[in-house]
Design a binder for this molecule. Structure first.
Ligand code: RIB
Ligand code: CA
Length: 326
């Protein structure tokens, strides 16, 4: 596949999405499927996070069946067994805004780590791993298949908070907080890594008014998307007094489609794993000009063009969902 990304003719990159669907995870998956010119989705590895790992595994299959992409392999991952009550509140009892998507058949439980290792080898040197849940699977991959470190081109992580408060504790964001040890291992892996933290994702509040653009859709897919977002709007208002939704995960996918939407800088970043009050904190060394500043080990998106991202997201999703209209 050939794509025009930022004016350059390039090949669509092979991507594995490591995810805990989750409403914003579902939107991230839709954006990936809506962008075949830039993204060749070669696999999904699920992880426990927003809801338990059985639920996230089944939800990934539900979404692929809804969008006619059952051919994309799905891994059954590590991570939390038990449900995360707060996340149920934001993502619904089914993790997908109580949209009640059907699941047909008994999906085969390919271990996520084995699937990721197989795809890393098959796409050695080109595979981009987009991780939008806790990093339990990714750390396990790097431990159990160390050769994958030389095969993965880049990891893009939605997680952390670098110059602002977290969303689980004042210092920690959910994906990092759920498994700080794994995050610390992944950040220290030496694989090129772009961190997309709350500092960037909270620049794009999806207002309810933008959903009107999708009102003309009559397909089950269009109806699903509207119900998904309406649930998230309601949950965000009740839990956070917001007029709209912060859709964190699709911004990590957008980094592969329109990198110019993010303001990034190289930085040394570590994850606190022991602090009584700071466990899960992503601590970055922004001491510009200081001789004490540590050598950068990752790139971090310190800002984002929120409106530009929302324009891209709505444009891609409307075109994608229109394909399902009669
Ligand atoms: O903090 C936001 C992250 O936590 C997103 O990935 C969301 O899906 C939840 O997993
Ligand atoms: Ca997620």
């Amino acid at each position: 596949m050939v794509s025009e990304v930022g004016g350059n003719i390039g090949l669509a990159v092979p991507v594995v999405l490591d995810t805990d669907p989750g409403i914003d995870d579902a939107v991230a998956l839709m954006l990936a499927l809506a962008s075949p010119g830039e993204i060749d989705l070669v696999g999904i590895s699920t992880v426990g996070g927003n809801i338990g790992r059985q639920g996230t595994f089944e939800n990934a299959h539900r979404l692929l069946q809804l969008f006619g992409r059952e051919g994309v392999p799905v891994g059954f991952g590590w991570g939390v067994e038990a449900d995360t009550p707060a996340a149920r509140h934001i993502h619904g009892m089914d993790g997908l805004g109580e949209t009640g998507l059907p699941l047909s058949g008994e999906p085969e439980k390919i271990p996520s780590v084995e699937l990721m290792a197989r795809l890393a080898a098959a796409h050695a040197g080109r595979l981009n791993l987009v991780a939008v849940g806790p990093l339990t699977n990714v750390a396990a991959l790097l431990r159990e298949f160390p050769e994958s470190k030389g095969q993965i081109s880049r990891i893009v992580v939605m997680g952390g908070a670098v110059k602002r408060s977290g969303n689980v504790t004042p210092s920690a964001e959910f994906n990092i907080y759920k498994d700080p040890e794994s995050a610390a291992e992944v950040f220290a892996s030496g694989i090129p890594l772009l961190l997309v933290p709350l500092d960037a994702t909270l620049k794009a509040l999806f207002p309810p008014g933008r959903l009107a653009r999708f009102d003309s859709l009559r397909s089950p897919q269009g109806e699903f998307f509207r119900r998904l977002l309406r649930f998230h709007f309601k949950a965000s208002k009740e839990a956070l007094s917001l007029e709209g939704s912060f859709l964190h995960d699709p911004l990590a996918v957008a980094a592969l489609i329109a990198p110019e939407l993010l303001k990034c800088e190289p930085v040394h970043c570590v994850v606190e794993t022991r602090g009584e009050w700071t466990r899960g904190m992503t601590l970055c060394d922004f001491r510009h000009g200081s001789k004490k500043r540590k050598t950068p080990n990752i790139e971090v998106a310190v800002d984002a063009d929120g409106e530009g991202f929302l324009d891209l997201l709505c444009e891609r999703l409307m075109a994608f969902l229109s394909n399902f209209e009669d």
